[in-house]
Design a protein around this ligand. Structure first.
Ligand code: 9MR
Length: 461
């Protein structure tokens, strides 16, 4: 198992080194390996949004610069900031963040060129017949300015209602349905290197709004409109991660576009408690694993990384604590879940791996979930000879607490009775020398919670 996990980490580090980026080669035991490093080792990024006012907070900036390998400019690339007066462009604040990201070897997602919110009031006064030209000019200037400096553009943001109809924004009303395609064409002309994304919320799972975006992407592909990706914002609520998120990412990928999780946060009713934190950690893990499972899911961005600077409490009173660091910049269980999922060493948050005390029979068993996805998981159980002489035959027992079942087991013989599981050695691995070990693995099903069994015992005759 060790080599299985180390190999991609080493490759990822080598890839970064080839790009001239100094990284410490991560090791399995290295809990200090950053989210960005682990993501890079999986061929993806793990990033954070940030905003200019926060950059005077030195401890915040330190973590922002070290833990993540991608940055999204949370506000100051928006029309309101970049063209506050018609024809007068202003990039100082966005440049500050882009330059900081470059200094930290972080890629940048551009956010956002055309949105029904956070645009200056003068846009509402543009005669309808002129708005297409005004929109093209805005895109041309902004995407032109950042040409070569952003990996993605969220070209159009939030153009659909929940029922899948077009949102009646000033652009929709005055330009018509074609404004989205026109925006993408203008963005491609201004920056041929950036991948061009459509970005929206509540499209993480299957549903009417996701279908509308799917149909848009499909029609753009058929018509040759330049679109490269779909951004799923993922402003989620604990316990309510759509069960279809991986399937949904996969269907977009099958259309020939990339997918990014662009604004991830998972809010809860305040105050925090251990149960909510555990649920949140499981939910973050679910989202990260869904992205990891689809090659074309290129990365994940949290919508800022600390509860100190989250937008949630101001918009959803009584809710918050949505991010992987608390307001004192301490890591929460959600951080550990993200970290372990990216590292490929998923450890359930609900309980640490359980090691039974050595028993008179001279063996012990360690149960570990090595990966987990919606409805399924894979676990490895390591059986150790804790005695001073060889073990000949062993039996491992545990009881599932949350209704899990074993669906397929290898390197052992399983019998189940309700939630009680008994695994005996296979014909070829019953014999374990003193201080030696063997292991068996299995695939299981779960629903809701997948806690590690409280007690895993081993006995030998
Ligand atoms: O994080 C942004 C916050 O600081 C702004 O006040 C807010 C204004 O609407 O926009 C926030 O970011 C939004 C993003 O640009 C688009 N998706 C929803 C995000 C949260 O509102």
């Amino acid at each position: 198992m060790t080599s299985r996990i180390r190999r991609p980490l080493t490759l990822g580090a080598a890839a970064l080194l080839a790009l001239g980026v100094a990284v410490a080669v991560p090791t399995l035991a290295d809990a200090s390996t950053t989210l960005g490093q682990h993501a890079a080792a999986r061929g993806k990024y793990f990033g954070s949004a940030t905003d200019n006012p926060e950059l005077s907070d030195a401890p915040y900036v330190s973590i922002l610069g070290s833990e993540f390998n991608q940055i999204t400019v949370g506000n100051t690339m928006k029309w309101q900031y970049t063209e506050p007066t018609q024809g007068q462009f202003s990039y100082g604040q966005a440049d500050t963040i882009v330059n900081l990201a470059r200094a930290n070897n972080q890629s940048v997602r551009g956010h956002t060129l055309v949105w029904h919110s956070q645009y200056p009031g003068w846009v509402d006064s543009v005669p309808a017949s002129q708005l297409l030209g005004v929109m093209r000019n805005h895109i041309s200037n902004v995407a032109g300015h950042f040409n070569g400096q952003v990996i993605h553009w969220d070209v159009v943001n939030e153009a659909f209602e929940e029922n899948g109809t077009r949102r009646q924004s000033v652009f929709q009303r005055n330009i018509g349905d074609s404004y989205i395609a026109e925006a993408f064409r203008a963005a491609r002309a201004a920056d041929p290197t950036a991948k061009l994304y459509y970005n929206d919320y509540n499209i993480e799972g299957l549903g009417a709004k996701s279908d509308a975006v799917y149909n848009l992407v499909q029609s753009f592909k058929q018509q040759g409109v330049p679109i490269d990706g779909v951004g799923m914002q993922a402003h989620l609520i604990i316990g309510q991660v759509p069960s279809s998120v991986q399937q949904n990412i996969q269907r977009f990928a099958a259309l020939g576009v990339d997918v990014a999780i662009t604004e991830l946060d998972i809010r809860m009713n305040l105050p925090r408690d251990t149960t909510k934190d555990t649920q949140q950690a499981n939910d973050y893990r679910t989202v990260v694993n869904a992205c990891l499972a689809v090659t074309r899911c290129v990365g994940i961005t949290v919508w800022d990384y600390t509860d100190k600077y989250s937008w949630i409490p101001s918009v959803f009173p009584g809710q918050g604590a949505a991010l992987p660091y608390d307001e004192n910049l301490n890591k929460k269980p959600a951080y550990t879940a993200i970290h372990d999922a990216l590292a490929g060493t998923t450890t359930p948050t609900s309980a640490p791996p359980t090691t039974a005390a050595p028993n008179p029979g001279g063996c012990s068993a360690t149960y570990q979930v090595v990966s987990q996805w919606q409805g399924g998981f894979q676990a490895t159980v390591t059986v150790r000879n804790t005695g001073t002489s060889a073990v000949n035959g062993w039996t491992v027992r545990w009881t599932f607490a949350n209704g899990q079942t074993v669906t397929n087991l290898w390197n052992g013989v399983v019998t189940s009775s309700g939630s009680a599981v008994t695994v005996r050695n296979a014909s070829y691995n019953g014999s374990i020398p003193a201080s030696g070990s063997t292991s068996f693995g299995f695939l299981g099903s779960w629903n809701g919670t997948n806690a590690v069994p409280a007690s895993v015992t081993c006995s030998s005759p």
